[in-house]
Design a protein around this ligand. Structure first.
Ligand SMILES: Cc1cc2nc3c(=O)[nH]c(=O)nc-3n(C[C@H](O)[C@H](O)[C@H](O)COP(=O)(O)OP(=O)(O)OC[C@H]3O[C@@H](n4cnc5c(N)ncnc54)[C@H](O)[C@@H]3O)c2cc1C
Length: 292
């Protein structure tokens, strides 16, 4: 067994330096839930665990010019109520409420969930529908990457060795009549979803859809945009003609080939995509119309 050090830096710079020093052997610990399981089962053998628990400045939630910025160490529990203060994050709050149980939400963090890159992550699916980006810091500087380009496959991100995710940026809605919604189906309360769907719509005053986003969770390795279905919504009057929502939902299902799992076949998941997409679009449109 490899000797493993546990260090508790207090600044982002120090954390990055420690990670760089240990190369591939250095690993970040946020809430530690996924990491401890991987280590327990011998799937990883880090030489140094860099805890973020005492790093200053990673637990804020602030509305700034670019959007709402959420620190890496914000817990899932805290996100449950964030939609009340920041309306653009309403769907994120709704998604988080269904994750696992209270103990897991108390310890699990935003960055831990994102970086673990589980294929059924509720957070990655809803954040992609919100067009979120992540800020990554390394000893040489920082970069902002759209979440879609960061989580690229199951358990796979484009983080470089030694790179730290410090915050998530959720852009403000460009037009007032905009809203997002998230629907999921799980076999039991607290389970990962069999399928989940995050949606976003922005409407003009007449109800024409200016932009629609549909992101499918646990169908492929990473949450995926249903591109043809999104195009179907563009320019449709989705308030007067809800047939366009049904057609978009059917297109989303027709154009995805979800993987089979013991808990659900790919065919069953296609049906779920259709139903959940229609439900989530209907809710997003109703919420957008209700914006004063
Ligand atoms: C029983 C159970 C049920 C669950 N159900 C669900 C569910 O239904 N839906 C769902 O979405 N999630 C679910 N989860 C996942 C849960 O949300 C995660 O365990 C949790 O979010 C991981 O967060 P953490 O802070 O403990 O991560 P950690 O274990 O600390 O880290 C996870 C990974 O991310 C890396 N990492 C963490 N932070 C950073 C950072 N800032 N920069 C770079 N790398 C970083 C770590 O090195 C590690 O590889 C479940 C977990 C359990 C145990």
């Amino acid at each position: 067994m490899i000797d493993c050090h546990y260090v508790e830096p207090t600044t982002v710079d120090e954390a990055c330096r420690l990670l760089a020093e240990h190369g591939d052997g250095g690993m970040v610990v946020a809430g530690g839930q996924v990491l401890s399981l991987l280590r327990y089962h011998g799937l990883i053998e880090p030489s140094c665990l860099v805890s973020l628990q005492h790093v200053a400045g990673l637990d804020g939630i602030t509305a700034e010019e670019e959007g709402v910025k959420i620190g890496a160490m914000v817990t899932l529990h805290r996100l449950e109520s964030v939609g009340q203060e920041h309306p653009t994050l309403w769907a994120l709050s709704e998604a988080v409420k269904n994750i696992a149980d209270r103990q897991i939400r108390n310890h699990g963090t935003l960055s831990g969930n994102i970086c673990a890159a589980h294929q059924a992550s509720d957070i990655n699916t809803v954040l992609m529908a919100l067009n979120a980006s992540v800020k990554l810091v390394n000893p040489n500087g920082e970069r902002i990457v759209n979440l879609h380009d960061f989580v690229t496959d199951a358990f796979t991100t484009t983080a470089e060795p030694g790179e730290l995710l410090t915050e998530v940026i959720v852009p403000h809605f460009a037009t007032p009549r905009s809203a997002a919604a998230y629907h999921r189906f799980a076999l039991r309360a607290g389970d990962y979803p069999v399928v989940s769907v995050g949606t976003f719509v922005s409407l003009d005053e007449a109800g024409l859809c200016l932009e629609g986003r549909i992101v499918l969770g646990n169908c492929l390795g990473a949450p995926t945009h249903a591109a043809e279905a999104e195009q179907r919504l563009q320019g449709c009057n989705v308030v007067q003609d809800d047939q366009s929502l049904a057609e978009a939902a059917n297109l989303a299902a027709a154009n995805v080939t979800p993987w089979d799992e013991p808990m659900a076949s790919g065919e069953y998941k296609k049906d779920l995509v259709s139903v959940l997409t229609r439900e989530a679009l209907t809710e997003a449109v109703a919420s957008a119309v209700a914006v004063k």
